[in-house]
Every structure is written in structure tokens, then in C-alpha cells.
Design a protein around this ligand. Structure first.
Ligand SMILES: Cc1ncc(COP(=O)(O)O)c(C=O)c1O
Length: 355
């Protein structure tokens, strides 16, 4: 730390992203919930020499074409959508804009929530998940803080129904509920329709997972026009050109290719269900994930730490969270069906060698 670093940030514990190895040719990379499939072929068509020549110009600060396409896809008015540099930026803006009464979220959830809260000096209330990793909506009833709920949750993959979220929204109209739908396209129930009924729910989503555009950094928020105006006030006080030209073109093309999107999600869901069944048959504890990953613990006496290390030695990268509550589990991103077959085969060897 330099002597110039703000005292208010001296205790900051930054987010640690999953490993991004430089050469992945010989690795099966199942550690950061990216898509194993390339973006829609329409994205490749949309980015040509003209787009590159146009890079001399700033990007559209209003993200007009992309937001028109997104609003059409969701069936909501244009003034209900907001575009961001990854969904992390929408989440950061929401923490900055809407948390005068603090922020509440589960103990096991997306690791960036406590970091944003710390960065912006926001008081937090951490609500433990139940023993079986489920999020009990009644644990949030009566809380005044803005709620941040990843739905499906990460890394557990468990999801609440839209009706359960709606009950939290209607319970206290003075409290905002931010629903992080990074993984909703893999089997969750989207709360976007609720944004057209209530002004105290904000849905945040990403093009990093189901749209195969993690490297482009594109996220969005959907909510009442008043909430979107607030997000724009923060954005235009920070970086008016928050989404670059190439990404806006890529996102506009991707959101229009519904058939490709459905096909990719379908393949991932199928591979997830097959992998889940295979791991359970080998004695693993695996949650009922509705996301593009599995949260799995090997049978005793094997430990999550050993399993993680064994997979790594065999060229398979997954995510291991060292915290006491999660240390026996690994989070396995769903790759192609071939990659998942390799994972299952390596897992069999692990169990044979370790037990
Ligand atoms: C629950 C959740 N929300 C948000 C994000 C951020 O996604 P991005 O910034 O790539 O849109 C992630 C990334 O893994 C996530 O797991």
C-alpha cells in the first residue's frame, strides 16, 4: 500500500477472480462459469472492418440500438433497461445508488457483494443460508436493508421461484430488492415481469454466461424508469461511455439470435443433468443446480481440497472456495458434453486412488 492510499480503503479486501490461464490448449477450463460455446455466428458477422474503423469515435453513451433490442427481447419499454460493462458494473452502481439503509445478502453468494459494500462504505447484514444451502425467504422478512439476491444463487445453483421473490418485494414497498439473474437462463424463473408491476425490484443480468460474451463485458439492469434514471445518474457521473462500440454491436446481434441462445442453453442443461447424475452415482453430494455449474462435494474420506488438486493435476480447472463452510465443495462449470465426460472419468480415477 502506498502512503497515498485512502485511509478509508486501508482494510479493503478486493475480489479474487477465478484463474484465467494464458494458454488453455491443454486445459479443460471449468472454473469461471463461461460458456463452452462461441458467441452467435451473427456476432461474428456484426463485427467487421467498419466497426473497427469506427473505433476512432466514442461509443453511444445511450447504448440506443442495444437497449432497443434488449427491451424488445424482454417485452419492456425502452426506459426500463440499462446497459453496463459486465453485470458487475450494474451491481456496483446499484450498491452505490440504493444502499443508504445498508445491504443484506446471504453468507454464501457472489463474492463481489461484500467487496462492493466495503468499497462504497455500505453497512452490511449477512444472512446465513440454511444447512442444506437453501435460501429461506422468511429470513429476509422485516429487513430494512436493500436485498441482493443472486437467483439462481452462486455457487450453490439453487433458485427461488418468482412467487417467492414477489412476496419479498410486496412485503415492504419501501425496500428495494436487487435480483442478480446471471444464471437464470439455465433453468431459473426470471423476475423481469415483476419490474413492470413494482418499482422496488431491480433485475440485473449478464451476457457473460448464456450469451457467450464474457470477454466482451456486457451486462444490463431492468427496472422501473425511476430506478433506471438513478443508475444513469451514477453512470454519467462515472463513465458515460461505459460499454464500448464492439461490445454494443456484439450484444445487439447476440440478443436477436434467440434460436442459437436456446440451443446453447439446452445443451448446457443436458450436460449438467448428466454430470449431476454421474457424480451422485459416485457418492458425491450435489445441489439441485439451475445454473451452468454444479456445486459438488466428494464422498468422505475424500475432501474438496484433494478433489480440486487432483482435477488440476489432470488438466481440469474448477473453482474451490476456501471458506470453512464451503471448503468441502468445488464449483464445476458445465462445459461441452465431451468435457464433462472427461471430468467424470477423471473423477472415477480420483475416487479409486483416494479411497
Ligand atoms: C452471481 C453473479 N453475478 C454477477 C456476475 C458478474 O458477471 P459479469 O460481470 O461477467 O456480467 C457473476 C460472475 O461470475 C456472478 O456469478
Amino acid at each position: 500500500m502506498s502512503r497515498f492510499f485512502s485511509q478509508t480503503l486501508s482494510g479493503l479486501e478486493p475480489y479474487t477472480p477465478g484463474e484465467q490461464p494464458r494458454g488453455i490448449q491443454n486445459l479443460i477450463k471449468l472454473n469461471t462459469n463461461e460458456s463452452p460455446f462461441p458467441p452467435s455466428p451473427r456476432v461474428i458477422e456484426a463485427i467487421g472492418a467498419q466497426q473497427v474503423r469506427d473505433l476512432r469515435l466514442y461509443s453511444d453513451p445511450a447504448c440506443t440500438d442495444f437497449l432497443a433490442a434488449l427491451a424488445e427481447a424482454f417485452g419492456v419499454p425502452r426506459e426500463c433497461v440499462f446497459a453496463s460493462n459486465g453485470s458487475d458494473e450494474s451491481l456496483a452502481f446499484a450498491f452505490r445508488a440504493f444502499c443508504d439503509k445498508g445491504a443484506a445478502f446471504p453468507d454464501v453468494t457472489y463474492g463481489f457483494y461484500p467487496v462492493f459494500a466495503q468499497l462504497f462504505g455500505i453497512r452490511t447484514r449477512v444472512v446465513p443460508l440454511r444447512e442444506d444451502w437453501s435460501l429461506a425467504p422468511e429470513d429476509y422478512k422485516g429487513l430494512a436493508e436493500t436485498l441482493f439476491l443472486a437467483n439462481p444463487n452462486a455457487p450453490t445453483g439453487l433458485a427461488l421461484s418468482r412467487a417467492e421473490i414477489e412476496a419479498l418485494v410486496t412485503e415492504n414497498p419501501e425496500r428495494l430488492v436487487v435480483v442478480d439473474e446471471a444464471y437464470v437462463d439455465f433453468g431459473g424463473e426470471s423476475c423481469v415481469p415483476l419490474t413492470q408491476k413494482y418499482d422496488n425490484i431491480l433485475v440485473v443480468g449478464t451476457f457473460s454466461k448464456s450469451r457467450s460474451l464474457a470477454g466482451a463485458r456486457l451486462g444490463y439492469a431492468v427496472g422501473a424508469p425511476s430506478l433506471i434514471a438513478d443508475l444513469n445518474a451514477v453512470k454519467f457521473s462515472f463513465n458515460p461511455y461505459n460499454v464500448n462500440r464492439l461490445t454494443l454491436a456484439a450484444g445487439t446481434a447476440a440478443v436477436r439470435d434467440t434460436a442459437y441462445f436456446r440451443e446453447c442453453c439446452g445443451k448446457i442443461i443436458e450436460a449438467r443433468e448428466e454430470t449431476k447424475a454421474a457424480l451422485r452415482a459416485m457418492g458425491f453430494a450435489v445441489t439441485e443446480s439451475r445454473a451452468n455449474f454444479l456445486f459438488a462435494a466428494p464422498p468422505a474420506p475424500c475432501t474438496g481440497t484433494e478433489y480440486f488438486a487432483y482435477l488440476r493435476e489432470n488438466g481440469i480447472l474448477v473453482r474451490h472456495f476456501g471458506a470453512a463452510r464451503t471448503e468441502n465443495y468445488v464449483r464445476i462449470t458445465i462445459g461441452t458434453s465431451e468435457q464433462m465426460k472427461t471430468l467424470v472419468a477423471v473423477t472415477k480415477c480420483f475416487l479409486e486412488e483416494t479411497t
